[in-house]
Design a binder for this molecule. Structure first.
Ligand SMILES: NC(=O)c1ccc[n+]([C@@H]2O[C@H](COP(=O)([O-])OP(=O)(O)OC[C@H]3O[C@@H](n4cnc5c(N)ncnc54)[C@H](O)[C@@H]3O)[C@@H](O)[C@H]2O)c1
Ligand SMILES: [Zn+2]
Length: 359
């Protein structure tokens, strides 16, 4: 089994990555001192696939188990759903000695994590991410949140899990579109932080797309290790953590403007990265050759690099609303060749010109 420790002093925790470990969840929780009353927060899609295994494993380890399901979809990552989760926790009588298991993708993880962070001023929680995006990104790092009608992830807390358990076998049931979208985040780590990993991905495209287990464990391990390194240095996102937004500035804007589910997050990030490559080339940080390698790798994973047509004014508007905007300028992450990055302060208009979204 692949084990990684995220070192955050008294908030340190392990990430376990392996094929077939879902059925040992109960034991693994017990090993970090978690036995008692547990609320498994999940959605109907994931519950139908993995609810029974998780339930049996937790019961076998001596837990009393309450399953709380929330509707499937980002549109339910909101205060109303959170409230229904609090209702469930209160009705089931979860006390201070209980804990939460988040079983699902990033939506479940973010909402369940925030519920755990706030219920009784915080009870322990365990992340069991079942999408590629959640396994390489959202389950690690302790950011929890719900959306507000005015914007995504506006209400949240930094709250670290006690354990992250990743069973790569869960990816077998993931819709292919979601898997490919998750690969955009994987490529992001290589481009912005690790040349060797980027090369590894180039060599393993077929193996990854064939979802060969050992390779998936390796890929997820390396992403989690990179994210952990960043989070260890910058737990509360004061600086370095911004590198994780590589491809996200323009990506987010496109995701919002494309319209509901036209682009899933990773697909928008793939386009955002291709545009970031153009900007990096224009700024002299990246050669044409390296730029092409990045774009080719994104395409190899079946992701499009061609953004949808969006209106200039709405794009500028979306960029200005970005949380990372200061005095109109955006802290934009450029790739420095492959495997390194540099921050540039750029105005939204400059982003459009340099990325050739507007010529
Ligand atoms: N906290 C963070 O640091 C962080 C980072 C990145 C993204 N996020 C958040 O993550 C969310 C997106 O997460 P996501 O991409 O996992 O989406 P998601 O949670 O909506 O999952 C995508 C779909 O896959 C289904 N699904 C999940 N696991 C499955 C499986 N094993 N088999 C079949 N279907 C399965 C889900 O039910 C859902 O329909 C967003 O809300 C985003 O804000 C958070
Ligand atoms: Zn992302």
């Amino acid at each position: 089994m692949s084990v990684l420790t995220v070192h955050l002093g008294e908030y340190s925790y392990d990430i376990l990555i392996e094929s077939g470990i879902l059925s040992s969840l109960g034991q693994r929780c017990a090993a970090v001192g978690l036995v008692g009353h547990v609320a498994v927060i999940t959605n109907p899609t994931v519950a139908a696939l993995y609810g029974d295994v998780v339930h049996s494993s937790l019961v076998a380890a001596g837990n009393m188990v309450t399953i709380i399901t929330i509707p499937d979809g980002e549109e339910f990552k909101n205060a109303a759903t959170l409230n229904s989760v609090y209702d469930g926790l209160i009705e089931a009588g979860l006390g201070r000695n209980s804990y939460v298991v988040a079983l699902g993708g990033g939506v479940v993880g973010d909402l369940a994590g925030f519920a755990a962070a706030t219920y009784l001023r915080g009870i322990p929680f365990v992340q069991v991410p079942t999408t590629l995006l959640a396994q390489v990104d959202s389950s690690v790092g302790g950011k929890t949140a719900i959306d507000h009608p005015r914007g995504k992830n506006l209400i949240g807390a930094f709250y670290q899990p006690q354990l992250v358990l990743i069973d790569v076998d869960t990816l077998a049931t993931l819709p292919e579109r979601e898997f490919r979208a998750g690969m955009a985040e994987v490529v992001k780590y290589g481009v912005a932080l690790d040349y060797d990993f980027f090369e590894y991905l180039e060599q393993k495209v077929k193996t990854i797309l064939a979802m060969e287990r050992e390779c998936l464990v390796e890929v997820i391990h390396r992403c989690c290790a990179l994210k952990a390194q960043v989070v260890e240095i910058d737990e509360k996102e004061s600086g370095l953590r911004a590198v994780l937004n590589y491809g996200h500035t323009l990506g987010h804007a496109l995701e919002t403007l494309a319209g509901y589910r036209k682009l899933v997050h990773g697909e928008a990030v793939a386009m955002g990265m291709a545009l970031a490559v153009r900007i990096s080339i224009a700024k002299g940080y990246c050669s044409e050759t390296d730029g092409s390698r990045i774009v080719e790798l994104i395409k190899d994973f079946g992701l499009s690099v061609t953004p949808p047509a969006v209106e200039r004014t709405s794009l500028l508007d979306a960029l200005l609303k970005d949380k990372k905007t200061r005095n109109g300028a955006i802290n934009f992450i450029c790739n420095k060749g492959i495997g390194n990055y540099v921050e540039e302060k750029l105005l939204p208009e400059q982003l459009l010109v340099l990325s050739r979204l507007e010529v």
